[in-house]
Design a binder for this molecule. Sequence first.
Ligand code: AHR
Length: 503
Amino acid sequence: MISAHLTVDPHFVVGPINRRLFGSFVEHLGRCVYDGIYEPGHPQADANGFRRDVIELVRELGVSTIRYPGGNFVSGYRWEDGVGPRQSRPRRLDLAWHSTETNEIGLDEFATWLREVDSELMYAVNLGTRGVLDALDVLEYANTRSGTELSDRRIANGAVEPYGIRMWCLGNEMDGQWQLGHGTPREYGRLAVKTARAMRQVDPTLELVACGSSSAQMPTFAEWERIVLEETYDEVDFISCHAYYEPVDGDYASFLASAVNMDRFIDSVVATADHVKALRGSSKTINISFDEWNVWYQSRYADVDRITDVDQWPVAPRLLEDVYSVVDAVVFGNLLISLLRHADRVTAASLAQLVNVIAPIMTEPGGAAWRQTTYFPFAVTSRLARGVTLELKLDSPSYETDRHGVATVVDAVATHDESTGSTAIFLVNRSLEEEVEIVVDTSILGDVGIVSVESLWDDDIHAANTMQDPERVALRPNDSARIADGALRMTLPPVSWTAVSVR
Ligand code: AHR
């Protein structure tokens, strides 16, 4: 058996954990909105057509902020199509996903749903096919109290109180040539800074996110961030990161080390942002909004899902409906560990996405809603990771991967909440075969006991929850955990994720 050791000490703090780290993302894509959160004919639908079973699952998931309405979708979206009387809302081609957008749901309905799930709205403006004026219009509609054409239109549409949206994304993935309106970093940076300045004339306190790269594999990665930040530095608060992971050619050893890649990505973007800070002699620090992250079987989308027929523009087709396994959930939990480890600079993040589309929650039209494997690490981490992230001393054996270089077998992060005296430790064992005996030195925490131990593993690492078998995979207790003489000891099964709470 492999052994690993780590030391937890609340005196050494990385940074406070912003609740916005537990955000998610709802895009008008596939069945995320229609037949996902919204299904008027469903037996569980409320008066607004929203599924109550989905609302309950979203609440239990513990999602802080939700990015909306896209994604690639936003770069062709006309926000005003989605407000006002439903019968006069146009049906439009959605070029991003080769679908028909009915506009039954728009900003007002989504804001109503967000109140039900108790989450904050993070709104993306269209800088693909639109620009400054459109951003100002939607800002006026959403945030201005009254007395102007657009704020009065919102009131007439039933929303008397302004939405007070704080976080705004200045477009989406503008570095990708698949994006409507894609340009060079200089072109995008100029448009983003003009939009930001205009929006700040309405409200200087808005929190604005400039588009970073759509992945660290993009050929323009890092140069894109540098140039965009050179243009926008004084006007924005965040640069975005997006990253998706999947096993390539059955190489699960590399896949399990995906968080190593995420760590490097974050460190590179921080270095680039700080380089621009130094060039400008600025005292302001730009943080990261990691506003798309997940496991995503992108190869399946390209090979199976993608619609290209010029006569086919379906409404809410089944797109990107990945079924997540135990190994996916372990990688996913590890990505959360990476985000938490960077809590000083990653101060917002959005799991992409929330329902049906690469999602922790699945639904069947007229039928059930259920939790995918990835639901569990998110819900537990969101519940337990409070206060501050701690610097960890981790001693673990390593292994070599083909895709991400050297990775430790164990990865971990710890958080500490001074107000409750609780410490949470999140761990993964990336080994495909071997158990790990982990010893956590908790002596500095004093006489603490175990509050909970929740793990995810299975003899079949490909086990998943499906409509037919929705509870095949669930959290399991780990009976090996013991705390005595200032040390927590437990066995981590191969390919496992674990959260321990001590107080
Ligand atoms: O989340 C799915 C898609 O991935 C988003 O629309 C886009 O921003 C990204 O490429």
